[in-house]
Design a protein around this ligand. Structure first.
Ligand code: NAP
Length: 285
């Protein structure tokens, strides 16, 4: 398939690029220098010249704290740009895949959120991503919206200055004491595993909203502890609750996503996050 990949040098974009190529797809990678999604003229000319059958948009404005103080920018990239991508895809008869987030939910639930559960974001980032989902769903039929959660991949998140695992290991190696929250529960997700599921999904041409993460769930404390254990690093790590930090931005306390809709297509079960973390760390040595 001819694919235009936007955000190709990001954390997810990097692994998607290599996995899509391995799967035999013809990928045109676009970084922000090639295509700024805030610029509708650039969207049009890039899609016009690449002539993709599928556009995959991994770009986002997703530093949660910065979104809170720059809501215009958050909505420009996470919502308005998605609408403009959809309109350009319609003009060029391309499918569109877009990535969203567990942060569309408020975290009040204690069982995995389904695609059919009512979103209720608690911060600007989540609101802007939900707006992007809705603008995409109302704009075109041949679209995939993928909610995911807690990404870690070899490139490290560009807008978050590396991923959580890298930050924890670096701070532990520097002998810093670590305080990590126990009251935010998620499913950490390896971008290589997400890329494999995406490749299986685009074969089906079953469009719509899907949630894709690894299996299992844990708190950020359990996630950090497992990374340290797998690296045999003994660190000064303390479990704390969110109250210990004077956090300026609300985050959902529970954001585990059900993958039933993905599995209903016959796509193989995602590996457990602990297995994914071990494979990720093994590749990093
Ligand atoms: N990271 C997570 O834990 C997480 C969790 C849930 C959902 N998600 C979603 O998953 C997707 C991928 O996340 P990620 O971790 O791979 O992010 P990332 O590493 O920050 O990559 C985002 C990419 O988008 C590019 N970009 C940003 N603004 C752009 C613009 N205006 N025009 C074109 N490109 C632009 C960035 O380029 P520059 O760096 O050059 O600006 C970067 O290459 C996003 O939609 C995010 O909302 C992520």
């Amino acid at each position: 398939m001819k694919i235009l990949l936007i955000g190709a040098n990001g954390q997810l974009g990097t692994d998607l690029h290599s996995q899509l190529q391995k799967a035999g797809h013809a990928v045109t990678p676009a970084t922000r220098a090639d295509l700024d999604v805030a610029n509708p003229a650039q969207i049009e000319s890039c899609i016009n010249s690449a002539k993709p059958e599928l556009v995959i948009n991994t770009s986002a404005f997703h530093n949660v704290e910065v979104c809170e103080t720059e809501p215009e920018q958050a909505f420009a990239i996470n919502a308005i740009a998605v609408r403009n991508l959809a309109l350009a895809c319609l003009r060029h008869n391309s499918e569109l895949m877009h990535f969203s987030t567990d942060f569309v939910f408020d975290g009040a639930q204690r069982a995995p959120y389904k695609e059919t559960d009512l979103p209720h974001p608690v911060n600007v980032y989540g609101c802007s991503k939900l707006a992007g989902e809705n603008l995409l769903a109302m704009s075109m039929e041949r679209q995939y919206t993928i909610r995911t959660c807690g990404l870690f991949g070899s490139a490290g998140s560009r807008s978050r200055y590396g991923n959580f695992v890298e930050r924890i290991l670096k701070r532990a190696a520097a002998g810093e004491p670590l305080r990590v929250v126990t009251d935010q529960v998620l499913t950490p997700t390896y971008t290589n595993d997400l890329a494999q599921a995406v490749i299986a999904l685009i074969r089906t041409r079953q469009y719509g909203l899907y949630q894709i993460t690894n299996e299992g769930e844990c708190s950020w404390f359990e996630f950090a502890s497992k990374a340290l254990e797998l690296r045999s690093i003994s660190a000064d790590i303390q479990p704390v609750t969110s109250d210990a930090f004077a956090a300026k931005v609300k985050r959902p306390n529970y954001s585990v996503l059900s993958k039933e809709r993905l599995y209903s297509l016959g796509i193989a079960a995602m590996p457990h996050w602990q297995d994914a973390l071990a494979r990720y760390l093994a590749l990093k040595t």
